[in-house]
Ligand binder design. Sequence first.
Ligand SMILES: [Zn+2]
Length: 184
Amino acid sequence: MDMMWTDFLNSDYHDWKEGKHDEDKLPLPTWQQRFLEQHQLKADVPANEQQLAMLCTLRAQLSKTAAEVATGESLSAKHMQYLNDMLAGVSLQRQLQMDKEQLTLHYVCQQTGWDMVAAEIVADFAATLLHGDARRIRHCDNPDCRWVFYDDTRSRTKRYCDDKLCGNLMKVRRFRARQKNKKS
Ligand SMILES: [Zn+2]
């Protein structure tokens, strides 16, 4: 399952087929535009140098934090501080809304821009920690791919970002390795 924060981390793209063509998509205006539209966020495209540096740091930090909590470790004070610093940059307003005839209280952000986007990404990650199970955070088992995803299967045994793509590829690789061993 892809979420806003995993979508963000996966901007650090790895060639899952050959392992030859890795690409950082974060600086690409087309990637930025697609990300904003998909998650209904507003910011200027392209992000300027300073904003891009902030986003790169966020991605690296979030990646470390996700890897840490995925092992079952609780969120360290240092990582929590960083996430809180990112959240502190935006102010939210409380707003009553009617959701399917049910009155709900929402936190609505009035700002736009990359600081707000960063805070939304952190909030989305926080939601996974609060309402999900951090031990379900996975990296694709194809060592060339390393796609980050959330395993929402009942059995908690999802190993690949996509069974049809990386799953099949690894099956073929294992088969070929066995054939080679038989011959030698
Ligand atoms: Zn994969």
